[in-house]
Design a protein around this ligand. Structure first.
Ligand SMILES: Nc1ncnc2c1ncn2[C@@H]1O[C@H](COP(=O)(O)OP(=O)(O)OP(=O)(O)O)[C@@H](O)[C@H]1O
Ligand code: SF4
Ligand SMILES: [Mg+2]
Length: 331
């Protein structure tokens, strides 16, 4: 390992540099491209080894697309993704396939992502069979220990997914995701479909696995309350852009972007005497095919001024703790 790579390996496991993902909009008989959905538009972000980065924002703001581009499940339209300090754009397709072992995804709907015709044993064992080529007995032992690690009864490995509860199915998805001991996992709304009590069990499981295995997470959710307990830092997305990034405690104590304040206004406060300003969001999210000029939040922002309609605010660092905000007049 050369010196440059050693430095990279000690810091970030995954990094996006000015990454964009545009989807073409096609119309007519000839499927002419008439525009683009700017799902992710110039996002830069670096996640440290063993770090949890919470990503929040309203539906359609580009969270899943960003997660998929980081995992190379979709290619970026522009910009660069680095895994463990090396640009993925410079790797061949077969190298990226190999790298997939180190990067995994957990989905919202465990039922939809688990093949209903496969035994749980085969679902969890599939990545091991493909990448590790274990013999039947070793495979069986490894699947049993993975099931126990995620809190499942290993004696149930010869059953089908539908014989398990929603929370247990999510544990099956997690066991499969960690089978190859990845260093980065995108948890895309991994707990959103579960009951609140089951949600906290799965969040605790993810935290325990992180401690044991040193995994970094991109933990995607709609709301700020879900990401709070697991995340070291939180990023807030709006219409394809990161508008605020902050260490978690600081974001909840002192949100700077009006959109973050609005999202936090929707979270019940434990202390009713908390007199922090509230912003109630008006209107819908504009289309990412035709985002507003200047600051994309300006049509919904109570503080918008002429400059906001004309000039796009850049994400800039406002203190030594790494708090970043994209607003001309951060609060
Ligand atoms: N394959 C695709 N083709 C065309 N448009 C797409 C595609 N995938 C996503 N989009 C569009 O890109 C935008 C961002 O979608 P994305 O799924 O990343 O948002 P999200 O923040 O994950 O939303 P949600 O919270 O609903 O999961 C949306 O406008 C969506 O319609
Ligand atoms: S730049 Fe202007 S419109 Fe955008 S969030 Fe800040 S005050 Fe609101
Ligand atoms: Mg999504």
């Amino acid at each position: 390992m050369n010196a440059e790579r050693a430095v990279a390996a000690s810091t970030h496991i995954i990094e996006a540099r000015n990454v964009s993902k545009y989807f073409p909009i096609r119309q007519g008989l000839l499927s002419r491209v008439v525009g683009h959905v700017k799902a992710v538009d110039g996002v830069s972000l670096a996640i440290g080894r063993g770090e949890t980065f919470g990503l929040v924002g309203e539906s359609g703001c580009g969270k899943s697309t960003l997660g998929r581009v980081l995992l190379q499940l979709q290619s970026a339209t522009a910009g660069e993704v680095l895994f463990d300090g090396t640009s993925l754009q410079e790797r061949s397709a077969s190298q990226i396939r190999d790298l997939r072992q180190h990067m995994q995804i957990i989905f919202q709907d465990p039922m939809g992502s688990l093949n209903p015709r496969f035994l749980v044993r085969d679902i969890i064992g599939e990545p091991l069979r493909i990448h590790r080529k274990l013999r039947a007995r070793e495979l069986d032992e490894r699947v049993a220990s993975l099931m126990e690690l995620v809190g499942l009864d290993a004696s149930r490995r010869n059953r089908y997914p539908h014989e398990f509860s929603g929370g247990q199915r999510q544990r099956i998805g997690i066991a499969r995701a960690i089978a190859l001991t990845p260093s980065f996992i995108v948890a895309d709304e991994a707990v959103s479909a579960l009951d609140v009590s089951v949600q906290s069990q799965i969040v605790n499981l993810l935290a325990m696995l992180q401690q044991q295995l040193g995994i970094a997470y991109l933990f995607i959710a709609h709301g700020l309350n879900v990401v709070r307990h697991l995340s070291d830092r939180v990023g807030v997305m709006y219409l394809g852009k990161l508008v605020e990034v902050s260490p978690t405690d600081e974001l909840y104590r002192q949100p700077l972007h009006p959109y973050t304040v609005a999202l936090l206004s929707a979270v019940p406060r434990p202390n009713p005497s908390d007199k922090r300003q509230r912003i109630v969001l008006q209107g819908d999210v504009p289309s990412p095919a035709n985002p507003p000029t200047g600051c994309r939040f300006h049509p919904r922002c109570p503080y918008a001024q002429t400059r906001c309609r004309q000039e796009e605010p850049l994400l800039r660092t406002v203190n030594s703790g790494g708090h970043q905000v994209a607003c001309h007049y951060h609060l």
